[in-house]
Design a protein around this ligand. Structure first.
Ligand SMILES: *[C@@H]1O[C@H](CO)[C@@H](O)[C@H](O)[C@H]1NC(C)=O
Ligand SMILES: *[C@@H]1O[C@H](CO)[C@@H](O)[C@H](O)[C@H]1NC(C)=O
Ligand SMILES: *[C@@H]1O[C@H](CO)[C@@H](O)[C@H](O)[C@H]1NC(C)=O
Ligand SMILES: *[C@@H]1O[C@H](CO)[C@@H](O)[C@H](O)[C@H]1NC(C)=O
Length: 399
């Protein structure tokens, strides 16, 4: 029995002639030969591997995104980690192989022709995509080459901070086979979106949508990969928007402070300075560009102007209380003003107009002061409410 098994194994070994390793070796040697020039100083890896050189080599491209490593609105740049998927048919070497068990081989980048594609709007590097770390896969059947080098792309991206911190940014990564005209290399995309199936969540930004398209400009193919990202705004809502809204809300309440105390000036100056500090804080996150400007910084500036006006009015009303202490009589225009307010508030126009002289006599400094405070308090609340609505409603709709 044992003997039989032995012979069976022996014959089986004899029958299986082909040895995958030597196949691989032979095929790789043939691939090298195919790319060998008779003159060692000219390398065929520089020539597009196309038999008919009048036709364009079609490169199918796509991009995958793995992570968004940063978006810097101030510097106007975006950085992502991804990979560029490229594939084409290498006609120089195909149909020469004895591919038995092995159908493809991963070869060093310099063994065969690879396209020199560059990121046009790159910020930090002008090198071709791909390095020797990332090897192409060569298929013996038909010369199909697949190459997926991973890349860290840092591209220029013009930020639009109008709706900051509820903003969306759109950034493009534009690639082109540099110096190859559209009659030499034809870029086509395998998909109209970027492959984001392996995208890692980012705590500052979320990926809203991606888009991919090609276009020809100056007789050259360009591939345009676009990502749209949305800022995760909770951090900024709590640390920036809330303080601004709360501060804006309390500014007007200065008119409810007792006039006799000197707190009014201190309070309004403090509010003013707090707005300045918030504005400074916000400027750290925003680009130094004038178009477009952030609605929030407009709002902050308007609120700062409000608190400056509050300071002025506070000083005026303090002078008014001083004249009361000096015992000056109430000027006519103030009396009229107070009467108008009384009319509006209490709807006693008829009554007061009937005994107008009487009413005028009754207007004393205390009434004037009290009414002015209430008038300014309400006027400020209304104006601030109006401006808040005007500036922050578009932001609210965006969030
Ligand atoms: C190299 O030259 C020889 C003889 O001149 C020729 O037969 C062969 O095809 C050439 N090889 C290549 C790769 O051009
Ligand atoms: C190889 O090419 C170089 C440059 O084109 C040339 O100077 C040299 O003569 C060539 N050698 C042969 C053996 O053809
Ligand atoms: C590039 O290839 C696509 C798909 O094969 C084709 O439709 C297009 O006409 C080609 N472009 C040029 C300029 O040849
Ligand atoms: C790239 O595509 C985006 C989205 O379609 C578009 O807004 C942008 O203008 C394109 N860039 C170029 C240079 O064509």
């Amino acid at each position: 029995m044992n003997c039989l098994y032995f012979w069976a194994l022996y014959f089986r070994f004899l029958i299986v002639e082909s040895d995958p390793y030597s196949d691989m070796k032979d095929n790789f040697a043939m691939l090298l030969t195919a790319y060998e020039s008779n003159n060692s100083s000219t390398s065929l890896t520089n020539i597009i591997p196309k038999n008919d050189q009048t036709e364009a080599l079609e490169i199918t491209m796509n991009m995958a995104i793995y992570a968004l490593s940063g978006f810097d609105a101030v510097a106007g740049q975006v950085e992502i980690v991804g990979s560029i998927q490229m594939s084409w048919y290498d006609e120089i070497s195909s149909n020469k192989f004895t591919y038995n068990d092995v159908t493809s081989i991963v070869v060093p980048q310099t063994t065969i022709w690879t396209p020199s594609i560059v990121l046009v709007n790159a910020i930090d590097t002008v090198k071709k995509i791909g390095s020797s770390t990332y090897r192409p896969r060569y298929s013996y059947n038909d010369g199909f080459v697949e190459w997926n080098p991973r890349v860290i792309l840092k591209a220029a991206c013009d930020p639009d901070v109008t709706y900051y911190p509820f903003d969306q940014q759109t950034c493009s990564f534009i690639f082109t086979p540099w110096m190859y005209s559209s009659t030499q290399i034809n870029l086509t995309l395998s998909s109209t979106t970027i492959d984001a199936s392996q995208f890692d969540l980012n705590s500052a930004w979320s990926l809203v949508e991606t888009k991919a398209e090609t276009y020809i400009s100056e007789e050259r193919y360009y591939a345009n990969f676009t990502i749209t990202i949305q800022r995760e705004n909770l951090y900024f809502t709590i640390n920036l928007v809330m303080p601004i809204l709360l501060l804006a809300a309390v500014t007007g309440f200065v008119f409810l402070l007792p006039a006799a105390s000197n707190e009014r000036i201190a309070f309004s100056i403090t509010c003013f300075l707090s707005f300045v500090v918030l504005l400074q804080t916000m400027m750290q996150y925003l680009p130094e560009s004038s178009s477009p400007m952030s609605l929030l910084s407009f709002y902050l500036t308007v609120m700062m102007m409000f608190s400056a006006v509050v300071c002025l009015i506070t000083i005026m009303t303090l002078r008014l209380y001083q004249s009361a202490e000096r015992g000056d009589s109430v000027p006519g225009f103030l009396k009229t003003f107070v009467q108008i307010i009384q009319c509006t508030i209490c709807r006693r126009c008829k009554k007061s107009s009937s005994n107008k002289d009487n009413a005028e006599l009754n207007v004393d400094w205390a009434t004037v002061g009290r009414l002015l405070d209430i008038f300014f308090f309400i006027a400020f609340l209304a104006a601030q409410g109006g401006f808040t609505f005007l500036f922050l409603l578009p932001l609210g709709l965006k969030s």
